[in-house]
Ligand binder design. Structure first.
Ligand SMILES: [Zn+2]
Length: 260
């Protein structure tokens, strides 16, 4: 998720992965460290693990988009910036079906990475399981003497902890970022992937009304998420979605007053 490409800087990191040019803007590292610190004294080794997790997870998400763009004949490139990434291409197939699949490929790549982590934990001999959203996890309910827990709004994941606290931290962050980031990206909100999917689907046969409808859906959903964030005391969530709600509303007003 990124609105548009940032201008190049001398501190950009450039490399190629699977034939895709990748550029990492210095703000990516800055925001990653700020998010990792999050107002508390995070141990340096955990900060490094966090930076690696975010780098790998966002890169995998963008690779999902890029591989699908290449599948439809495009030659994409990837940019990692302050709040995420972007897989761009000038020559991508613009048909609805291609665009929908390209948008969905990012979150799906993240879910696949989470699945690989789950399989790796189990292969390392550590039992791992899931609980539904309404189950209160206890050691008895998960059948383990001790357990590491990761609670997301939809699911709680538990596993037999590793001896190393850093390995537990790595597993927890990899699962958290890839599951939660994938789910958030699927919300029907601009400029998230789900918002792009809804725009493509709404525009079938009625481009102007479709884009207006998708912006209305985006503004409503982002507004609801911002209120949820406020009510649960998650100010970052409230700000994040409040900003998207405002942007969708502004774009909506511009479309409604424009003449096509
Ligand atoms: Zn995406």
């Amino acid at each position: 998720m990124l609105l548009r490409e940032p201008p190049p800087t001398p501190a950009d990191l450039h490399f190629k992965l699977f034939g895709f040019p990748v550029r990492v803007h210095p703000y990516f590292w800055l925001v990653t460290v700020l998010l990792g610190l999050n107002g508390k004294s995070t141990p340096p080794e955990q900060l490094v693990i966090w930076a690696i997790v975010l780098f790998v997870s966002i890169l995998v998400h963008e690779l999902g988009h890029a591989f699908m763009q290449r599948h439809f004949g495009g030659r994409p490139w990837i940019t990692l910036y302050a709040m995420g990434g972007l897989a761009s291409c000038d020559d991508c197939d613009r048909h609805t079906r291609s665009q929908v699949l390209i948008s969905l490929a990012g979150p799906c790549a993240g879910f696949l990475l989470a699945l690989i982590v789950v399989v790796a934990v189990r292969m390392a001999g550590h039992p791992l399981g899931f609980l539904g959203p309404w189950t209160q996890p206890t050691l008895e309910s998960v059948g383990l003497v001790e357990a590491s827990l990761l609670s997301t709004p939809l699911i709680t994941i538990f596993w037999q902890p590793f001896e190393s606290g850093n390995v537990n931290y790595l597993v927890r962050q990899l699962l958290w970022v890839n599951i939660l980031w994938g789910c958030v990206n699927l919300l029907p909100i601009y400029p998230l992937d789900g918002g792009q999917v809804v725009r493509e689907l709404c525009q079938i046969g009625r481009p102007r009304q479709g884009i207006i409808l998708s912006l209305q859906i985006s503004a409503l959903c982002a507004g609801a998420m911002a209120i949820l964030g406020l009510m649960s005391g998650e100010l970052f969530v409230a700000f994040f979605f409040g900003y998207f709600a405002y942007m969708s509303y502004q774009t909506l007003k511009a479309y409604q007053t424009s003449v096509w």
